[in-house]
Every structure is written in structure tokens, then in C-alpha cells.
Design a protein around this ligand. Structure first.
Ligand code: ZN
Length: 193
């Protein structure tokens, strides 16, 4: 893990997206506070912590104290808040909460496992949301897309209006520096960025 963090730093990566899974809300189990704290010491960029857990409210404070910059659900403790939408949840369900939100995360795979294929129907939802945000004075709300992002899908998601793309497998498999470079290169072809 230490070596990978070093490679991320060398590739000038500024955001680290951390999937927290509890084995309950989603079947897998991943990091908890101790790991977030350890990572915090080694990485000075933005921590984008994605809580895939039952009753996230209960843990907001602990995650904030362990050094998370972006916490989904509520803007307490000086963190920014995002709302995550699973692939089969209609995007309209976030509209009533946009005034409380800094970011909407559109899941482009079923949450819980890495290495899944991007669900293309979500691209339409991102377009719809992007249009809604612009037309209703929510220009400052960011759109983040999470799941199945690789060279081919990064451009599709960016063109639809997403501001932040989360990439796991296609960054960490093989040479991290080269992968980050290639992804950013692909993004540069988007009309939007
Ligand atoms: Zn995530």
C-alpha cells in the first residue's frame, strides 16, 4: 500500500476515493477508520470517502476525525457532503436534497465489488442531472461517476457532464503512473473538461 501511495504521489494524483463497505449495506467489507487514519498520514490530497454502510450518520464524526475531506450524507464537521445514487435509483430522487449537497455520485456499477463493467444506461442519468443542475442554479454541485471507469468509459462519462471520475482497477492494475497519465490524456479529449 505504501508503495502504491508513493506512485500516486509521483503521478501527481490529487484525490483519493476510499470505498468504505460494512458487509451489510453491501456484501463486501473494506476499510475502517484505522486505515483511513494511516492513509491520511501518507497522502496530503483530498480524501473522498464513499460510505457504503448501514446508518452512515452514526459514523460521520469518526470519519471526519480520521481525516476525510468529502463525506457523503451531511455537511457536518467541516466536511463536504455528497449523495450517492445506485445504478437503478432514479436520478430525480436526489433533486430535493441538492441544496444540501456539494456533490452527487452516480454509481455506474452495483456498489460493493471492484472490477465490474460500467453500466452504460447511467450515462443518460448523468446527462439528465447535468442539465437539471445547470437549469436550476445548482452549478456548484459536482457530479462524480464511480464504477467501471477505464480509458473507453472515461470519455463517455466526461462528455455526459461528470466533473470527477473515480477509477480503481484501471489505475492500480499495472503501472500507476502510466495509467494515470493515459486516463488524463483520454479526458483531455472531452468537450467538457
Ligand atoms: Zn466508491
Amino acid at each position: 500500500l505504501e508503495k502504491q501511495l508513493q506512485e500516486l504521489k509521483e503521478a501527481d494524483v490529487k484525490w483519493l476515493h476510499i470505498d468504505v463497505m460494512d458487509g451489510n449495506f453491501v456484501p463486501s467489507i473494506s476499510f475502517g477508520f484505522p486505515i483511513v487514519k494511516t492513509l491520511r498520514k501518507a497522502f496530503s490530497g483530498v480524501f473522498d470517502v464513499h460510505l457504503m454502510i448501514q446508518e452512515p450518520i452514526r459514523y460521520i464524526k469518526e470519519f471526519a476525525e480520521s481525516g476525510s475531506d468529502m463525506i457523503r450524507w451531511i455537511r457536518e464537521c467541516g466536511c463536504k457532503a455528497g449523495l450517492a445514487v445506485n445504478p437503478h435509483t432514479p436520478i430525480e430522487e436526489v433533486y430535493p436534497y441538492l441544496h444540501l449537497t456539494d456533490m452527487v455520485l452516480a454509481m455506474t456499477v452495483q456498489p460493493g465489488f471492484g472490477g465490474q463493467k460500467y453500466i452504460h444506461s447511467v450515462t443518460k442519468k448523468v446527462e439528465t442531472l447535468h442539465k437539471y443542475l445547470n437549469e436550476n442554479g445548482f452549478d456548484s454541485v459536482l457530479i462524480e461517476v464511480d464504477g467501471g471507469i477505464c480509458l473507453e468509459t472515461a470519455l463517455e462519462a466526461a462528455d455526459a457532464g461528470s466533473d470527477i471520475l473515480v477509477s480503481g482497477s484501471s489505475v492500480f492494475k499495472g503501472n500507476i503512473g502510466q495509467n494515470v497519465h493515459d486516463l488524463l490524456e483520454a479526458m483531455n479529449h472531452s468537450e467538457k473538461v
